[in-house]
Design a protein around this ligand. Structure first.
Ligand SMILES: [Zn+2]
Length: 429
């Protein structure tokens, strides 16, 4: 996930119908292979790729690997090659006076649809494949210095999910065309997906939905987050239906919003319905400890199977999903937060979904949050006199302060409103 989320994570300490066709009988094509998922993640998160930082040889090797996989699967490139080259120039680089971008590439493959009319419509299935490499700038473990941040869950897991779906849909022969894309430059601010929508290989208005996978390798307690369900009228019912058709339905939460901390935002911003699958935040997020040993590949295979059924249901719709703009809260703001060095040490509960305020799953040991008395289960409703309704308003309120500020925090603990004082520290300090 992106650095804005990382920045927020750093300061918070850890992170973050009627027209529906009947689903087709489950086919063999609709079963993900957990062994292949594991092996793909193991390779992408191996030391030899050095964490796939945008603009490094490890990132380029990962792209070459993905291109070979698509070629082996028999999927076509959308241009003379599978690589969509671009120059990644992040706001962070610009901020420190670096004026040139880093050469990098998205990887794009296409599976033509079988229906003569509907094949002119496209479903995009995507995930970013870049990560932080040895760069500690956006890592949450600056003490690990230049250790490789391997990004097994973030986002070798999503990359492996896209490869699985490419294999599965190649056999299933969907009616609409499907574009599989692996984005680079995500961690530096959704650069690859922004480039993709600005230079799409097909007309943007022919893309009927975008399905994103970012961090899907850590399924725990059968809990799955899906964001973007309100971005098209049909999506919520369609997801529920796909879920109950699984052998063991997931406990799904999340929110309807199409803007979030990953590549789906680039598509939603262009009027395309989106879904983002996510198996939730964890202690290894953006740390050198995010490695393949901690991946639940069997769980990920189940997430992929669910996503497969969802895409299949979208493909079975007679007409494209009905886009909803009304859910749009606001895109992730970048200007307000970039450059902020504030650290508090709260760990937001990303599963709390649409509940008002910001619920905490915990606080970092020895953090200002812990020192100030914040605890797991607390719901932050006010920060420095500013009302907190969600993660975004919390981050805005937090970023308005600087290290050393003492701030009054209004919380609800076990149903009772309370007030606590915290003294903000400096990130990485
Ligand atoms: Zn990330």
């Amino acid at each position: 996930m992106i650095k804005e989320f990382v920045a927020l994570a750093a300061l918070s300490g850890a992170v973050g119908c009627a027209s529906m066709a009947t689903p087709r009988q489950a086919t063999l094509a609709g079963l993900a292979d957990s062994t292949v998922i594991h092996d793909d993640i193991a390779y992408l998160a191996s030391d030899r790729l050095e964490g796939r930082l945008t603009g490094t040889p490890g990132n380029d090797s990962a792209a070459a690997y993905l291109a070979r996989r698509y070629a082996t699967l028999g999927l076509r490139p959308t241009s003379p090659g599978y690589l969509q080259k671009f120059s990644a120039h992040s706001a962070a680089d610009a901020h420190v006076g670096i004026m040139t971008g880093k050469p990098t590439q998205n990887v794009v493959a296409i599976l033509p649809g079988t229906d003569s009319r509907l094949s002119n419509e496209y479903i995009v299935i995507g995930a970013h494949f870049d990560h932080l490499g040895r760069d500690s700038q956006f890592a949450l473990d600056p003490e690990a210095k230049d250790a490789i941040r391997k990004g097994a869950d973030d986002n070798a897991s999503g990359t492996a999910a896209v490869l699985q779906l490419a294999r599965m849909f190649k056999r299933a022969r969907p009616r609409r065309s499907v574009i599989f894309v692996n984005f680079s430059g995500e961690e530096e601010g959704l650069l690859g997906s922004e480039w993709f929508v600005d230079h799409a290989p097909v007309p943007l208005d022919s893309i009927v939905a975008m399905i994103n996978f970012d961090m899907v390798g850590r399924l725990r307690d059968n809990k799955l987050l899906v964001y973007g369900t309100a971005t098209a009228t049909e999506l919520s019912a369609l997801l529920d239906s796909a879920n109950v058709h699984g052998a063991v339905p997931f406990k799904i939460s999340g929110s309807g919003d199409g803007f979030g901390a990953s590549d789906q935002s680039s598509f939603y911003g262009r009027g395309i319905p989106v879904l983002h699958f996510f198996t939730d935040n964890h202690e290894d997020y953006h740390r050198a400890t995010d490695d393949v040993q901690k991946i639940n590949s069997g769980g990920e295979a189940r997430v992929v199977d669910l996503a497969y059924r969802v895409v299949e249901s979208i493909d079975h719709l007679g007409s494209r999903p009905t886009f909803n703009r009304s859910t749009a809260a606001s895109p992730m703001r970048t200007s307000a937060s970039s450059g902020s060095q504030v650290y508090l040490g709260t760990i937001p509960d990303m599963a709390a979904g649409d509940t008002p305020g910001l619920k905490l799953t915990g606080v970092r040991p020895a953090s200002p949050a812990e020192t100030g008395g914040l605890m797991a289960g607390d719901v932050i409703i006010e920060f420095g006199g500013v009302k907190v309704t969600d993660l975004q308003s919390y981050s805005d309120a937090l970023y308005a302060h600087k290290p050393g500020d003492t701030v009054k925090v209004g919380i609800v603990r076990a149903g009772k409103p309370m007030q606590i004082s915290v003294t903000l520290a400096k990130r990485g300090g």
